[in-house]
Design a protein around this ligand. Structure first.
Ligand code: ADP
Ligand code: MG
Ligand code: ZN
Length: 502
């Protein structure tokens, strides 16, 4: 942040667009699947042919209500659609079907979410959540296309979009990221959007103004075209600095829409208020008003899964884990599911024998998940789902059981995990095939230890003269001689005994 920016308070409100995970588009039966040959997933309705009638996708409304309930929004009793008129090549009808306060009540009003703010928790209020249709995709100068022509792909046209509009309650670029991350987490938990910013299924426009603390709200600038959390933070930082320097130089901020240029790391004007569109919103005459029955809302509410915050707190209470760990485990729903499944196997399998109790097992599972499993996942370019398919929770539980029972050392366990990730095999099979069973036979280990000591008479003498640090060296030699399979505790004891002068 520049010196100029330090004097001002930043005020940010986000408009987040989330593509809904329905099977078909919002007003027709075409598939919403990502990709496909251009213009193959279209019909007269989503192409905007004259005379066709849109029919609202019930599932899209349901998903929007689900989100509304997850953020304590107020679900409208009646909701309507409006036409937002503008011309753009990717919009075949010349208008977008959307919702707007004065011409079509949005599905949800108010509500909000809590985030980690700059100074403690911050509650970001929501203004509304509404439903609209996605536009098509223009293609300029992309590989495989003639650079002298522009192309349009209408496959995306009519995919249901949920727009979540916040109040200007966010106070820094970092808070904006925290807010977006939280929204994405909730969307993924309740299964209404995949949250994939790379594929554009989650996008965000940011509105930002600055003011001296205590002053009324300043003139806002809207920033578009940011396709990651990182670029949103950078764009906001740039824009806050730009506005601060402008005010410091005695200028004023002009209300306008600006685009983020990721390469140059700067925003540039797209259109100002004077050129702003008059969308001429009016109620869409082709669509009836939607009546949302209270009983339907209740039903959707009963189906809502446990939300991330609640689950985090339960995991702290139930498994005795620190909050930080529980937060990381619940970051992604699939990860939290994996954790709980693994713990239930670990507990179940250990029920007959000695067990550290639920808490002990949970801690071990959590430690492994947040270090080794994340490493394996990263190295193999897997997401949580693919990882869970390759190493199912019961396999991890079995592996941890093998370590606990001292069949293998923790160090060998990491190698076994790597092979499990590659092959999908159960740990017992890997251990057997690779001959990794830990050597815990005293006679066998004693032979190896004696051999090593005999090979290094000088070091033995030094150790006995007081250089006890050499114990590590001898441990290393024994481990090397046994390819890491020697039981480390037993080797340690044997070495100490023998070096003590026996
Ligand atoms: P709408 O587009 O719904 O008519 P606005 O343009 O006022 O209303 O609001 C759009 C977004 O801009 C909202 O997310 C809101 O929180 C945010 N916003 C409104 N006023 C300001 C402001 N002064 N500074 C920053 N953000 C603002
Ligand atoms: Mg707006
Ligand atoms: Zn269609």
């Amino acid at each position: 942040m520049s010196d100029a920016a330090m004097k001002y308070e930043s005020v940010i409100g986000l408009e987040v667009h989330a593509q809904l995970l329905t099977n078909s588009k919002i007003f027709c039966g075409c598939t919403v699947a990502f990709g496909g040959e251009p213009n193959t997933r279209v019909c007269p309705i989503c192409l905007g042919m004259p005379g066709v009638l849109p029919v609202l996708n019930r599932r899209a409304v349901e998903y929007t209500i689900r989100m509304a309930l997850a953020v304590d929004g107020h679900v409208a009793e009646t909701s309507a659609f409006a036409r937002k008129n503008y011309f753009y090549p990717d919009l075949p009808k010349g208008y977008q079907i959307s919702q707007y306060d004065r011409a079509g009540e949005p599905i949800s009003l108010a509500g909000g979410i809590e985030i980690e703010g700059e100074d403690g928790p911050r509650f970001v209020r929501l203004r509304r959540i509404h439903l609209e249709e996605e536009a098509g995709k223009s293609i300029h100068n992309e590989p495989g296309y003639d650079p002298d022509l522009s192309y349009i792909d209408f496959n995306r046209t009519g995919v249901p979009l949920m727009e979540i509009v916040s109040e200007p309650d966010i106070r820094s670029p970092r808070e904006a990221s925290a807010y977006l991350a939280r929204l994405r987490q909730i969307l993924q938990y309740i299964g209404v959007c995949d949250g994939n910013m790379d594929e554009g299924s989650l996008r965000c426009d940011a509105n930002v103004s600055i003011r001296k603390p205590g002053d009324p709200l300043g003139e806002l600038v809207e920033i578009k075209n940011m396709n990651s959390m990182r670029s949103m933070e950078r764009a906001l930082e740039f824009e806050i600095d730009r506005q601060s320097e402008l005010l410091d130089d005695g200028g004023r901020v002009v209300r306008q829409t600006r685009l983020w240029d990721e390469e140059k790391r700067e925003t540039f004007p797209m259109r100002s208020k004077e050129e702003a569109h008059d969308y001429r919103y009016f109620p869409d005459p082709d669509l009836v008003t939607v009546e949302i029955a209270r009983s339907w809302v209740d039903e959707i509410g009963e189906d809502l899964p446990e939300l991330p915050d609640v689950r985090m707190r339960r995991i702290v209470d139930e498994y005795g884990l620190p909050q930080d760990m529980a937060r990381q485990l619940t970051e992604i729903r699939a990860r939290a599911d994996y954790f709980e499944a693994c713990v239930s196997h670990a507990v179940g399998d250990a029920a007959g024998g000695a067990s550290g109790g639920v808490a002990g097992d949970a801690r071990t599972v959590s430690n492994w998940m947040l270090s080794e499993l994340l490493r394996v996942q990263h190295e193999n370019h897997m997401n949580q789902q693919t990882l869970g398919a390759r190493i199912p929770p019961d396999h991890l539980a079995q592996l941890l059981g093998q370590i606990k029972d001292e069949k293998i050392s923790g160090k060998i366990g990491k190698d076994v995990l790597d092979i499990m990730a590659e092959t999908g095999k159960a740990p017992a099979q890997v251990i057997e095939e690779q001959g990794l069973v830990q050597i815990s036979d005293t006679g066998e280990l004693e032979g190896v230890v004696d051999g090593i000591l005999a090979e290094h008479p000088d070091d033995v003498a030094e150790y006995r003269a007081g250089k006890t640090k050499l114990l590590g060296f001898f441990m290393g030699q024994v481990m090397r001689a046994t390819q890491g399979k020697a039981n480390p505790k037993m080797v340690n004891e044997l070495l100490r005994k023998k070096l003590a002068g026996d």
